[in-house]
Write a protein that binds this ligand. Structure first.
Ligand code: GLA
Length: 393
């Protein structure tokens, strides 16, 4: 007679089938806080090769960025060669002669994680082979290479349905069996914040591409502060495991002033955005380093509650933003979009505290406790600048 244990393999099989069928069994835990890393696109576009990626990994460690929390080294578009006779995607043999597995191994040997890029359509935005119709094969290939993070773009998708296209790739990643952060890059067109979480996305782009300028369009790309406006009212869709992605950081690329880059970095932290540096890590100014590695601002971005902040007051060019952080505290940004320095006041009652509360106010960019005050706090804010605070009753 068979023991009742003979049932185990069958129920185990059913449980596996169930988990695979749900399509998003394991992934939220991959991004309990917004992913942090470096991506090649913003600075290097199609000028990618294995030397750049190795050097990116080296610099990530040597600069202190790894210690500050940056983890993923992501090759964006243009790494692809052709598919082989069996349809398996291959890297461009001239740019990546040692192959992607060796590169991923190198990145892992530096204590970092490795990311790659594909597209949900027939071609990537730079015209390389897309994953349409090859999702399961590509996911197996990425898993075999040791990929930890996949960004999937939205070019050449014709009449494809966005939600089901991304669900297919996510099912493929789950079936491939390796935990891989899934970054949906659909530009916000089909409202991915409504379905990104249910198709297993860990982050989804909410906007078009970011330009290296404070405001206004540059070709097809949007100014940094315009992106903030597009992303702001989506705050309720972000949370541990699934984040709004207002695109990568332009910090250090030269198109904005250090003041504007501090604003950029502060706003991304307030919105609980992924922090994907997009600059040349081998040539960073002291300003760039001090922005990208401001541990107190990064701690706001990475706060464990995972609640994105929002704009709580706007008077013309002057804004107050608040983000609830662990401990019942608030991170606050006073933002001046105007062309002259101005005083901006945050009122405790706007933060949900009684005016009578005596709160400790710390200025994160000056790295000092400014005072313990009741009712409100006022600071002068530079043009295009921020004052970023924590307010702790
Ligand atoms: C799109 C994406 C960018 C980048 C490029 C690559 O524009 O939004 O982030 O990946 O494609 O071609």
């Amino acid at each position: 007679m068979r023991s009742p244990l003979h049932l185990l393999p069958g129920s185990f099989f059913l449980a596996c089938l169930f988990l695979a069928g749900t399509g998003h069994a394991q992934t939220p835990s991959l991004a309990m806080t917004p992913p942090m890393g470096w991506n090649t696109w913003t600075k290097f576009a199609c000028h990618v090769d294995e030397a750049l990626i190795r050097s990116g990994a080296d610099q990530m460690v040597a600069s202190g960025m790894k210690d500050a929390g940056y983890q993923y080294i992501v090759i964006d578009d243009c790494w692809h060669g052709q598919r082989d006779a069996a349809g398996n995607i291959q890297p461009d043999p001239k740019l990546f002669p040692a192959g992607i597995k060796a590169l991923a191994d190198y990145v892992h040997s530096r204590g970092l994680k490795f990311g790659i890029y594909t597209d949900a359509g027939t071609k990537t935005c730079a015209g390389r082979p897309g994953s349409r119709g090859h999702e399961f094969q590509d996911a197996l290939q990425y898993a075999a290479w040791g990929v930890d993070y996949l960004k999937e773009d939205w070019c050449s998708t014709g009449k494809q349905n966005a939600e089901s296209s991304y669900e297919t790739m996510h099912d493929a990643l789950v079936a491939a069996g390796r935990p891989i952060v899934f970054s949906i890059c659909e530009w916000g067109t089909a409202n991915p914040y409504l379905w990104g979480k249910s198709v297993g996305g860990n982050l989804w782009r909410t906007t078009g591409d970011i330009a290296d300028k404070f405001q206004g369009k540059d070709d097809y790309r949007f100014g940094m502060i315009d992106i903030v406006d597009m992303n702001e009212d989506l705050y309720s869709f972000a949370g541990p495991g699934h984040w709004n992605d207002p695109d990568m950081l332009q910090v250090g690329n030269g198109g904005m002033t250090p003041t504007e880059y501090r604003t950029h970095f502060s706003m991304w932290a307030m919105m609980a955005s992924p922090l994907m540096a997009g600059n040349d890590l081998a040539h960073m100014s002291d300003d760039t380093k001090s922005i990208l590695m401001n541990k107190e601002v990064i701690a706001i971005d990475q706060d464990a509650l995972g609640k994105a902040g929002r704009r709580i007051r706007k008077e013309g060019d002057l804004e107050v933003w608040s983000r609830e952080i662990s401990g019942g505290y608030r991170a606050v940004v006073l933002l001046n979009r105007g062309t002259a320095a101005k005083d901006i006041t945050v009122h405790w009652t706007d933060l949900g505290y009684p005016a009578s509360v005596n709160a400790e106010v710390r200025d994160l960019w000056q790295a000092k406790n400014v005072e313990r005050v009741k009712d409100s706090y006022t600071a002068q804010v530079a043009s295009h600048g921020v004052v970023m605070l924590t307010v702790k009753p």
